[in-house]
Every structure is written in structure tokens, then in C-alpha cells.
Design a protein around this ligand. Structure first.
Ligand SMILES: Nc1ncnc2c1ncn2[C@@H]1O[C@H](COP(=O)(O)OP(=O)(O)O)[C@@H](O)[C@H]1O
Ligand SMILES: [Mg+2]
Length: 396
């Protein structure tokens, strides 16, 4: 639906062919997209298969009448925002009140003048468009608040974990040193043992699996240290992202920034990827250099990781709406529709354990939306392509 012109997808439900044809003709001439149904049940089927903005329904029809259809539509959360107009030869107050009470948005008599009919349709579509806009804003706001509270939670957890994990890592390092010394001491002592005691010692060594313990202790400590250091890294990344940012904004040419980041990861990706660039000249935007570079690096790395075998990454930049936009498109595996709402959440990852922390996109979101007051969005057709689009206002 084009919001400004209030052209809409309209369903006309009436058991009289003459009325259907008359209304359809009027509405088509006004530029609307029309679907027709002979009764409420047929109308209900159409609503479930086609996106509809406004319904004009006759009151008295066989199978399912106008009241019944209106009730079905208004009781269903998926369709309740469709603007519903009851149209009737019955002009009684009782009938109008009943229609409006079960949720109809308007009630017209069949004798209505053509110009008033079209004006009311226009008003209905305008309300429908405003409701849609409101709903979109509500969803964006909800998403924004959800991200902010998850990020705050993550930062709080990071703060709490920071100290214990630091001493665990430090203690493990000391323990590693102690074990090495103890092992050296044991082997030195063994050499000094009198020959007559050797059998006993050998028995103990076998029974307690001392050789295995010595070897395995070193491995256990090494693995634990590796894990502790990984946690330290995650904690540090979270703390970095949540600190009150001191990065000053500087005038930035996003084209140059994109090329710099590409240069930084080029060695790693060059064998698997073809890069297509379509840059437009851009005005300078006020950006925080480090977070922006990290964002671009995360997005390019994600695009690269999504490729199966060789692939193509396309970079577009353009100026629009008093800001700078860029898109990163890859022809990799894509993101299934069911997962797309979750990818910006901290720790959401589909990569193997150890391969991805699931923080790249949540940091990218924080940088673009919170720090630069811009937008970041994603569209994906699994198996075909994924496009991440960023918009950054010139003045953050
Ligand atoms: N270009 C892309 N194509 C397909 N999936 C993607 C793409 N970018 C991100 N994803 C999905 O989003 C998830 C989260 O990304 P990110 O926050 O960077 O964390 P990580 O890369 O550590 O998994 C990824 O695990 C992946 O499933
Ligand atoms: Mg990533």
C-alpha cells in the first residue's frame, strides 16, 4: 500500500453481483487493488491468503453474514487492524450500533453518494496506514529496548564475572608452574631411591597411575587456562562495548573506512572471495573511528563466513536522507526467517563452539543505533543472498 496516496488492497464482499461490479468499478477507477467475494466465508478465505487493507462487506449474505465476518476479522490478532466497513440497505440505528459494537470501523447505507463513499474509503485507508506506521514504530522501539536491556544485563554479568575469572586464570597459571616443579622433584627423587625399594615404588606408580596423572594434569591445566582466557576475552569485549564511550566523533569518509577495514582482513579472505564495489561519492559523516571499523569488520567477516566455497561480496555506498548508507551483500548460506530476529542478540551464534562468540552483530547494533543514531537492517533469502544495510546520519 502506498501510504501517501492512500491506495489500498480492498476486499468487496456482497452476494449481489450488480453491487460487487458497481463498487469494484468505482474503486478500480480510484486506483485501488480489488478482490471480490460472494459471501462472508469466501471473503474470510481471501483474507487469509491475500494481504488486505480494507474490507467493505454487505450485511445480509448467505453462509456467513457481514456481522459474522466482521467478528471473525476483529477477533483475530493477525487481521484485526484491517479497516472494516459494513454496507447495508438497513439504515436502522440498532443495526449500525450492533455493527460498530462488534468492531466495525464504519457503517454506510447503500444509498450513499459516490463522492462520500470514496472519501470515506480514503479516510479508512489513511487510518489503516497510520496504524501500520504506529505498529512498525512500536516493533522497532520494542526491539531497541530489548537490545538495550540485554546489553545492560550482559555488561552487568561481565562486570561480576570479571574479578573471579581473573583470579581463576591467574591461579591456574601459578598451579601450572607448581605442577611442573613438583613433577621435576618427583623424577629427581625417584632417581635417588635405593634399588631394594624400587619394586614398591614401581607398584605404587602403577596402582596410582602416576605417569598418566602427571601427563594429564598438565593437559587439564592447559585446557582450563585456555577456557579461562576465552572468558576473559568475552568479558573484556562486553566491558568495552558498554563503557561510556570516550571515542570522539571525527569527520569520516565511509568509502575510505570500508577500504581500510577490507585491507585489514584481506589476507585472510582473499582466496575465497570476489569483492564487487559500487561506491558513490559521499559526504563526510561524524563517526567514532574504532567502533565503526569494528562494526564493518564484523559485518565483512560474517559475510565471508557465510560463503560456501567461493563467493561474492558486494559493497555499495550511497548518500541519502541527510546521511550515508552502505550495504554489504553476500551470496552465502543466508539466514532462515525464523532466526532473523535473534541475530542481533548478544551471544546468538550458529558458529561452532569456540568459532564465534555471537557478539559481532550486537556490537554492530550498539555502534550504529546507539552511538551513531543510525539504522542497521538485514534482509536474507536463504541459499541466495544476505544484505546488511546501514544508514548513518552525517551528525551522529
Ligand atoms: N552474512 C550472514 N549470512 C548468514 N548468517 C549470518 C550473516 N551474518 C550473521 N549471520 C548469523 O548471525 C549470527 C550472529 O553473528 P555475530 O553476532 O557476528 O556472531 P558470530 O559471528 O560470532 O556467530 C551468526 O552466527 C550467523 O548465524
Ligand atoms: Mg560474527
Amino acid at each position: 500500500m502506498t501510504i501517501r496516496k492512500h491506495i489500498g488492497k480492498i476486499l468487496v464482499v456482497d452476494d449481489s453481483k450488480a453491487v460487487r461490479d458497481l463498487l469494484a468499478g468505482l474503486l478500480r477507477d480510484a486506483g485501488h487493488d480489488i478482490s471480490l467475494a460472494e459471501d462472508g466465508r469466501q471473503g474470510w478465505q481471501i483474507i487469509q491468503h491475500k494481504q488486505i487493507d480494507l474490507i467493505i462487506s454487505d450485511l445480509e449474505m448467505p453462509v456467513l453474514d457481514g456481522f459474522g465476518l466482521c467478528r471473525l476479522v476483529k477477533e483475530n490478532p493477525d487481521y484485526k487492524n484491517i479497516y472494516f466497513i459494513l454496507l447495508s440497505t438497513k439504515d436502522s440505528t440498532a443495526s449500525k450500533v450492533k455493527g460498530l459494537e462488534i468492531g466495525a470501523d464504519d457503517y454506510m447505507g447503500k444509498g450513499i453518494a459516490e463522492s462520500e463513499f470514496l472519501a470515506r474509503i480514503k479516510a479508512g485507508l489513511r487510518i489503516r496506514a497510520l496504524e501500520k506506521e504506529l505498529e512498525e514504530k512500536r516493533v522497532t522501539l520494542f526491539q531497541h529496548e530489548k537490545m538495550a536491556s540485554i546489553a545492560q544485563l550482559a555488561a552487568g554479568v561481565a562486570h561480576e564475572i570479571n574479578n573471579p575469572i581473573a583470579f581463576i586464570a591467574s591461579n591456574l597459571r601459578s598451579l601450572n608452574g607448581y605442577c611442573e616443579k613438583l613433577t621435576e622433584c618427583i623424577f629427581t627423587l625417584l632417581k635417588e631411591i635405593k634399588p631394594e625399594s624400587l619394586d614398591d615404588i614401581e607398584e605404587i606408580r602403577k596402582r596410582l597411575k602416576i605417569n598418566f596423572i602427571i601427563q594429564d594434569s598438565a593437559e587439564l591445566i592447559e585446557e582450563s587456562l585456555d577456557g579461562a582466557e576465552r572468558i576473559c576475552h568475552i568479558v573484556q569485549t562486553l566491558k568495552d562495548s558498554s563503557r561510556v564511550d570516550q571515542d570522539a566523533c571525527v569527520p569520516t569518509d565511509i568509502n575510505v573506512c570500508l577500504d581500510q577495514v577490507l585491507g585489514q582482513i584481506w589476507e585472510e579472505i582473499k582466496d575465497k572471495v570476489t569483492i564487487n564495489k559500487d561506491y558513490s561519492p559521499l559526504p563526510l559523516a561524524m563517526c567514532q573511528p574504532l567502533p565503526l571499523q569494528q562494526t564493518l569488520s564484523h559485518l565483512l567477516t560474517n559475510a565471508y563466513q557465510a560463503l560456501e566455497g567461493n563467493g561474492i561480496i558486494t559493497l555499495n555506498t550511497w548518500a541519502e536522507n541527510g546521511g550515508v548508507s552502505l550495504s554489504i551483500t553476500d551470496n552465502g548460506i543466508g539466514i532462515p526467517a525464523k532466526d532473523i530476529d535473534r541475530i542481533f542478540e548478544p551471544f546468538y551464534t550458529t558458529h561452532e563452539v569456540g568459532a564465534g562468540m555471537g557478539l559481532g552483530l550486537s556490537l554492530a547494533y550498539d555502534t550504529i543505533v546507539n552511538k551513531h543514531h543510525g539504522t542497521i537492517s538485514v534482509q536474507s533469502r536463504p541459499g541466495q543472498e544476505t544484505i546488511f544495510t546501514l544508514h548513518i546520519p552525517i551528525q551522529a
